[in-house]
Ligand binder design. Structure first.
Ligand SMILES: Cc1ncc(COP(=O)(O)O)c(C=O)c1O
Length: 362
C-alpha cells in the first residue's frame, strides 16, 4: 500500500501513556483529555474556544445548524468541494447554491459570493481552504461580514495554516490529515455563546444528555481519540515544517514541467499543504494518475466529479455559476491531488517529477 498517513513515531510513548490515562478515566468521551485537547487547540489557533467533535463532517453539520437557526434562505457552497462541505447544509434541511471558485487559488470566489448575496436570500456561506491553502478567504470573510451572513470555514485540511476565519472554522483529524487521531474534528470559534451551543448540540442538543432544548446529535469525541491527538501535539510543528518543505520543493519542481499549473497562494498565507494540487491537460490526467500510482504515489483526481452533478445532491442543489460553469468543469477535469507527508523527501520529488516529464513532455 502506498504510504498515506502521518505516523508520529517520536510521539508513540506520549500517545500510549495518554491512552492508559483515558482507559482509567471514569468517562470515555468528552472528559479531561478532550478538554485538554480543546484548550491546546484554542491556544494554538489563538481562538477563544475549541469544541472537539467526533468528525469534521459532524462539526460542519452542527455549525450549520447553530448558525442558520432562525435565518431563512439557502446556503452558498463552492462548486469545487468535498462531499462533507455540502452534506452539512443538506442535513440541516437547506438548499445549497453552488458558486464558481477562483481559478487561481481554487477557493470560493468572492466576486461570485457578492453577486449572489445581492440577488438571493442567504442563510449562511460555506468556504473551503482547499488542500490546506486558505488563500482568498479573508476577502470572503469581509464580504460575509458586511452582508451580516455567517461564514463557516471548512478548514479540514488547514490545521497549522489558519486561525479562526468567519464565525466557525473546522479542522479534521481523519486519517489523511496532518493530525490523524483515528477520527475527530476541531471546531474553533470566537463567540462564547456559540461555543456553548455547539457543546450542547454535540450532546443531542441538551445540557445534560437527557433534556433536549434543540435538535442536536451525538458528536462527542472519545477520550481515546483525544489521547492520540494530544500525545502527537508536541511533534506537530516539526511535522508541519517537514510537510511544508516537501510541498514547496515539489511545487517548485512541477512548476517547470510544461502543461502543469499550480494553486496560487496569497502573500499573507502560509498553507498547511495537506495535498499539493496541480492542474494538467485533462487529456493526460488519467495516464498521469495511473503512472503515479504505478510508482507508489497515491495520486487522485481532486473533487471530481463536481458536487452539482452528484445524484444524491441534485434535487436540493441550485447551480449559480454566473456564466462560469465551463471554467468549473475544466478545473474538476484537470486537477490531480498529490499526497504530502513529513516522511517524503527529494527522491519522492524526483520520482513524481519524472512521471510528469515522461507523460507531458516525452
Ligand atoms: C475539505 C474537507 N472537508 C471535510 C472533510 C471531512 O472530514 P471528516 O472525515 O473528519 O469528517 C474532509 C476530509 O477529508 C475534507 O478534506
Amino acid at each position: 500500500l502506498p504510504e498515506f498517513r502521518e505516523h508520529y513515531v517520536k510521539s508513540r510513548e506520549a500517545v500510549i501513556s495518554r491512552i492508559a490515562l483515558a482507559l482509567s478515566s471514569p468517562k470515555l468521551s468528552n472528559s479531561q483529555l478532550v478538554v485538554q485537547l480543546e484548550d491546546a487547540i484554542a491556544a494554538r489557533t489563538k481562538a477563544k474556544h475549541c469544541v472537539a467533535v467526533s468528525s469534521a463532517t459532524l462539526g460542519l453539520m452542527l455549525a450549520v445548524r447553530a448558525l442558520t437557526d432562525g435565518r431563512s434562505g439557502d446556503v452558498l457552497v463552492p462548486g469545487f468541494a468535498h462531499n462533507a462541505t455540502v452534506l452539512a447544509p443538506l442535513w440541516a434541511g437547506r438548499r445549497i447554491v453552488c458558486l464558481p471558485v477562483n481559478p487561481a487559488n481554487f477557493n470560493l470566489c468572492v466576486e461570485a459570493v457578492a453577486h449572489t448575496l445581492a440577488n438571493r436570500s442567504v442563510a449562511a456561506i460555506m468556504a473551503i481552504g482547499v488542500a490546506g491553502n486558505p488563500s482568498g478567504l479573508r476577502a470572503v470573510e469581509e464580504c460575509a461580514r458586511s452582508a451580516k451572513v455567517p461564514l463557516i470555514v471548512d478548514a479540514a485540511p488547514c490545521l497549522g495554516a489558519t486561525a479562526v476565519l468567519g464565525e466557525v472554522t473546522i479542522f479534521s483529524m481523519s486519517a489523511r490529515k496532518i493530525l490523524p487521531a483515528g477520527e475527530g474534528g476541531l471546531v474553533v470559534v470566537s463567540d462564547e455563546l456559540l461555543a456553548a451551543q455547539l457543546k450542547d448540540l454535540r450532546l443531542y442538543g441538551s445540557k445534560n444528555g437527557f433534556f433536549c432544548y434543540q435538535q442536536g446529535l451525538n458528536a462527542r469525541l472519545s477520550e481515546l481519540h483525544a489521547a492520540v491527538a494530544l500525545g502527537c501535539l508536541a511533534e506537530l510543528d516539526e511535522v508541519l515544517a517537514k510537510r511544508r518543505r516537501f510541498a514547496n520543493s515539489l511545487r517548485l519542481a512541477l512548476s517547470a514541467v510544461p502543461g502543469v499549473s499550480l494553486q496560487s497562494v496569497d502573500d499573507d498565507v502560509e498553507p498547511a499543504w495537506n495535498d499539493v494540487i496541480v492542474r494538467v491537460p485533462s487529456t493526460h490526467r488519467t495516464e498521469l494518475i495511473t503512472g503515479l500510482q504505478q510508482v507508489g504515489v497515491d495520486a487522485v483526481p481532486f473533487y471530481d466529479p463536481p458536487i452539482h452533478t452528484h445524484p444524491a445532491f441534485a434535487d436540493r442543489c441550485v447551480p449559480d455559476f454566473q456564466g462560469r460553469e465551463q471554467q468549473l468543469l475544466s478545473l474538476c477535469a484537470e486537477t490531480i491531488g498529490l499526497p504530502v507527508l513529513s516522511s517524503f523527501s527529494d527522491p519522492h520529488i524526483d520520482t513524481i517529477a519524472s512521471v510528469f516529464y515522461r507523460i507531458l513532455s516525452p
